[in-house]
Design a protein around this ligand. Structure first.
Ligand code: SME
Length: 165
């Protein structure tokens, strides 16, 4: 991987890219209701749109155990399978329903290291049309501080348009 492939993007470029990829996702998913297909498509198109997204994917609320997340569609290296609510960054997002932006994963108490190359992370909760939590979207980068509020807004807008319908 080259340095440019891994580097975070300038904020303005990022805003434009989020709008572009939101349009691509909406176009590809038009008429497709299946949730797994929607998650797989979001993960694949985000990974292509942002080359510094080292790992991008979903942890889904387990129907059999609603206080646990189980890995869903993702792009990247092997992810851990299950995360209890309240554990790690994903568990914090699931428990609070709030976006988590972690500039340095080593400084986050209880961070779960699925791949030691990950240095920073953003996790965005995903809700259905009734407002129930259905999953979280986790994005990891190999650079520290790769994510900011622009990523939070861009990802949240895509997730709302894709799953809160
Ligand atoms: N780091 C996450 C776990 C998921 S992986 O990074 C793919 C966390 O602390 O919740």
């Amino acid at each position: 991987m080259s340095a440019s492939r891994l580097s975070p993007m300038p904020i303005q470029d990022k805003r434009v890219r989020y709008v572009e990829v939101a349009g691509e996702i909406a176009a590809v998913l038009e008429g497709e209701r299946d949730r797994t297909a929607r998650m797989a498509t979001v993960a694949a198109l985000l990974r292509e749109a942002f080359e510094h997204f080292f790992w991008v994917g979903f942890y889904v609320v387990d129907r059999a155990n609603p206080h646990e997340l189980v890995v869903g569609p993702y792009q990247g290296t092997l992810g851990c399978l299950r995360i209890a609510f309240g554990r790690g960054v994903c568990g914090a997002a699931a428990l609070t329903g709030q976006i988590q932006i972690v500039p340095d994963v080593h400084a986050f108490e209880g961070h779960i290291a699925c791949d030691s190359r990950s240095q920073s992370e953003i996790v965005v909760p995903v809700f259905d049309a009734s407002g129930a939590l259905i999953a979280v979207l986790d994005v990891d980068a190999v650079h520290k501080a790769a994510f900011d509020a622009v990523d939070g807004e861009g990802l949240d807008a895509i997730l709302k348009a894709t799953f809160s319908i």
